[in-house]
Ligand binder design. Structure first.
Ligand code: LMR
Length: 337
């Protein structure tokens, strides 16, 4: 049977049991497309995108190509997946833009706190000529950015109620592998610890860190809300991904196969990005429905977060480039009006 089901159950870190998921066997002669990511396979913009793409590739390219998805950091975490991509061990990866600073400073742009007012502004910028141009930044490493995948804005959660940045003083927050995030947390008078995504739940539960910042979809689907006092709707930073593929692999495909794959890819990415905001809202509501605390900020409280975090831009302006920052800011509707 072509679609042999292999149940995979594994434990992440200390306590987080992962449910089973299906994996397909590829037939001899098919181009194998492996997509490794770190989030669950359903209910999350990245998990949904990977799953929908695999469903279409496996149905429409049966006999020519076969796509396998490895969620939950099962194959690689984001720190290792770019190496795997460069070595040709996986053909698709979509790390968070915050995790690319070992390769380029340009994507630090997307980590600047309070850069984008909302996801519409993100979409305007990423679809602009400047935003699209950034997809090529990694070409010197032999990987092509096929497109942006959106998750949502990020929010803080902690062991203590957070309304203004000074409430976070002295706390330790998990951050992604991003110096901008570290500077932002330190601006609050808090300390930052870089940790891989798969370690976050355990670190929060065991009190290794007191808080974290993430999208509604990550906070809900990885159940961080269960081990935090509450979540504060700061929307202070973007969580988005670029889907990368090795250039050599893409070029090695027969023209017809490559074109069919890229067409399916583009259509599925557009669909996933149309769904992302709705998915994010649903996941926010699910946390509230489960009885957990979500704090909304008054405009005055929000301004305090902006005042504390916005000066961090100055530390990174030279390496990112003033022009690039201005181009991104211009995508906000209020900008210049
Ligand atoms: C994180 O590490 O918090 C995120 O990048 C995980 C993800 O891929 O959404």
């Amino acid at each position: 049977m072509r679609r042999a089901i292999v149940a995979v159950i594994f434990a992440l870190g200390v306590v987080f049991a992962i449910p089973a998921f299906a994996q397909i066997d590829c037939k001899p002669g098919e181009v194998v497309i492996k997509f490794s990511h770190v989030v669950p396979p359903r209910g999350h913009p990245k998990g949904d995108f990977a799953r929908m793409l695999a469903e279409r590739v496996n149905a429409e390219m049966n006999g020519k190509a076969c796509m396998q998805v490895f969620p939950f950091s099962q194959l690689y975490d984001d720190e290792k997946v770019m190496e795997a991509l460069l070595l040709g061990d996986v053909q698709l990866a979509a790390p968070s833009l915050s995790k690319l600073e070992v390769y380029t400073n340009k994507f630090r742009l997307f980590d600047l706190p309070f850069l984008f007012d909302d996801m519409d502004a993100v979409q305007r910028f990423t679809s602009s000529e400047t935003g699209q141009g950034l997809l090529d930044v990694m070409s010197e490493f032999g990987v092509v950015g096929l497109g942006y995948l959106y998750d949502g804005l990020k929010h803080f959660s902690a062991e203590e109620p957070l309304l203004v940045p000074s409430d976070g003083e002295g706390l330790k927050f998990r951050v992604q592998n991003s110096d901008v995030a570290v500077a932002m947390i330190e601006a609050m008078g808090a300390s930052a610890q870089k940790l891989a995504f798969k370690e976050v739940y355990g670190a929060l539960q065991l009190g290794v860190v007191d808080g974290q910042e993430n999208s509604w979809s990550n906070i809900f689907t990885s159940r961080f809300f269960e081990v935090q006092e509450g979540i504060t709707e700061t929307g202070h930073q973007l969580l988005a991904y670029v889907v990368f593929t090795p250039e050599e692999w893409l070029e090695s495909l027969e023209t017809g196969v490559r074109e069919q794959f890229l067409t399916i890819f583009r259509e599925t990415l557009a669909k996933a990005n149309r769904q992302a905001v709705k998915t994010s809202e649903k996941n926010r509501q699910r946390i509230i429905d489960a009885g957990y605390t979500v704090r909304e900020l008054t405009p005055e409280q929000r301004q305090q977060w902006v005042d504390v975090m916005r000066p961090v831009w100055g530390q990174f302006e030279d390496e990112i480039g003033k022009d690039l920052i201005e181009a991104a800011e211009a995508a906000n509707e209020t900008h210049g009006n």
